[in-house]
Design a protein around this ligand. Structure first.
Ligand SMILES: N[C@@H](CCC(=O)N[C@@H](CS)C(=O)NCC(=O)O)C(=O)O
Length: 215
């Protein structure tokens, strides 16, 4: 099977995770961020992740892909998520995660940003929603302080390094995707329980963190 992705994309992270967690082989294909034609040809819109099954059919939507791959062996492991305290934490994390990550992703050696055109496409598109990346960068001290304080509130919610609620739920996909987005940001301080979770989940899912290229 092939999974079409952008490396930075948190929805793609969710889809990638299940292949590692269930030891299912997958070929990752990174699209250039300004390649509109390929995803539109495959699913009718410019969006990833896209799963291409062995019969050539395509499936969009990260959590649909998670449940499809999880069910292939007849023994699904992913339980429903939506635990209220974690949902609130995730909702609040949206205040800073993409504002910190977006100007850094586009500057990092990621395959989807291999060309000037791809970097310009992403910058133009996201700046219309988030404001100029120069302004987001200038807000780094304030956003980092918010992130670091908020991560302290996450620590008591993490029950185990291998599953936020002790058993694998949809919440693990949402949480690890958010933490993986944050891993491109240098200066983030992870409380020990959160750091253990990040590392364990990265290993189990086979999705590398961006710590080594953080900026
Ligand atoms: N509901 C979709 C959302 C996927 C999504 O929004 N993907 C983003 C990348 S993170 C995308 O392809 N956006 C179009 C673009 O970047 O031009 C899912 O869960 O898979």
């Amino acid at each position: 099977m092939k999974l079409y992705i952008y490396d930075h994309c948190p929805y793609c992270v969710k889809a990638r995770m299940i292949f590692g967690l269930k030891s299912v082989a997958v070929e990752l294909v990174s699209l250039l961020n300004d390649d509109e034609a390929t995803p539109i040809r495959m699913i009718g819109q410019k969006m990833v992740p896209i799963l291409e099954k062995p019969d050539g059919s395509r499936m969009p939507e990260s959590m649909d892909i998670v449940h499809y791959i999880d069910g292939l062996d007849g023994d699904p492991m992913v339980r429903p998520g939506g635990e209220p305290r974690l949902s609130l934490w995730l909702e609040a994390s949206r205040r800073y995660v993409s504002a910190l990550a977006m100007p850094r992703w586009v500057d990092a050696p990621l395959e989807e940003f291999a060309t000037d055109g791809a970097r310009q496409y992403f910058t133009r598109k996201k700046e219309t929603v988030k404001g100029p990346f120069t302004e987001l960068r200038a807000r780094t001290p304030e956003l980092l302080a918010e992130a670091n304080a908020h991560l302290k509130e996450l620590a008591p919610l993490v029950q185990s390094p291998h599953a936020v609620h002790g058993v694998t739920t949809e919440d693990d996909f949402h949480l690890f995707a958010a933490l993986r987005s944050l891993s491109i940001v240098s200066g983030v301080v992870y409380p020990p329980k959160v750091e253990a979770y990040r590392q364990e989940m990265s290993g189990l899912s086979g999705v590398p963190l961006h710590d080594a290229i953080a900026r």
